[in-house]
Design a protein around this ligand. Structure first.
Ligand code: ATP
Length: 231
């Protein structure tokens, strides 16, 4: 579904990615892990066309999207759940969700389907987003991604700032997307929770992929995990 081939991405003259390659299959959950400043967010920004890729290419659903603009990439069926959620604070939940609806070649989720995953969402529809808790805002951000008809959802640090119980719910939701055939790329620093739901994992450091393999291997091999992630 997604193939990132040997990309190099720069901020001005500062190089952040040095030939990173990552693949996400259809209905596959892939985790991209690594320490602060490794280049994980830059990888997401490269996919979304927010930080230009100078070398290499990115294909999604068989199409080269490397030079497309961000809104064109969204229209192809890539949704994003940013680490800071980026909901419109002064709009209601209902309005935030209704403006997110769009047509792609993939299926747009109905509100009822979103309530099916997040039962509390229905009761929040009339609230302005600035009055929501972190966990509630995350529900809105994930629902917004699904209403946007994604074939691939990019999660940037989905557990950031959330209570452990809510992190578990978010991880369960990510697992549910797989059962719906949606592909997922999750960027995380707090690796352990995602290793329970991910199929495969890449570890990045200093803008390079330093490890790739099954998630279960990194979950169960504490020595390897300590070596790669220090946890
Ligand atoms: P974190 O978990 O801290 O967000 P990360 O793995 O997502 O880390 P990136 O944010 O992708 O890392 O940063 C990769 C490199 O790019 C770092 O060296 C960072 O300092 C640099 N960088 C990130 N954003 C910018 C920017 N806007 N301008 C210049 N350099 C940047």
């Amino acid at each position: 579904m997604l193939a990132i081939n040997d990309i190099e991405t720069f901020y001005g003259e500062t190089q952040a990615l040095f030939g990173a390659s990552i693949e996400v299959g259809e209905g596959e959950i892939v985790a991209l892990l690594g320490p602060n400043g490794a280049g994980k967010t830059t990888t997401i920004r490269s996919i979304l066309g927010l930080t230009p890729v100078r070398q290499g290419d990115i294909t999604f659903d068989g199409e080269d999207i490397t030079r497309l603009q961000t809104h064109q990439i969204a229209q192809r069926g890539i949704s994003w759940v940013p680490d800071d959620r980026r909901v419109f604070p002064t709009l209601t939940v209902a309005r935030n969700l209704s403006i997110a609806r769009k047509r792609t070649r993939f299926r747009s989720w109905s509100l009822d389907e979103c309530y099916g995953i997040f039962s509390a969402l229905e009761h929040l529809m009339g609230r302005e987003c600035e009055n929501l808790s972190g966990g509630e805002m995350q529900m809105v951000a994930i629902s917004r991604a699904l209403i946007g008809a994604p074939g691939l959802v990019l999660f940037d640090e989905p557990s950031q700032g959330l209570a452990p119980k809510i992190v578990q719910d978010v991880m369960k939701t990510i697992g549910h997307l797989k059962s719906e055939g949606i592909s997922v790329l999750v960027v995380e620093q707090n690796a352990l929770s995602i290793l329970d739901v991910a199929d495969r994992v890449y570890v990045m450091d200093h803008g390079r992929i330093i490890h790739q393999g099954p998630a279960v291997e990194l979950r169960d091999d504490t020595g390897l995990r300590a070596k790669l992630l220090g946890i």
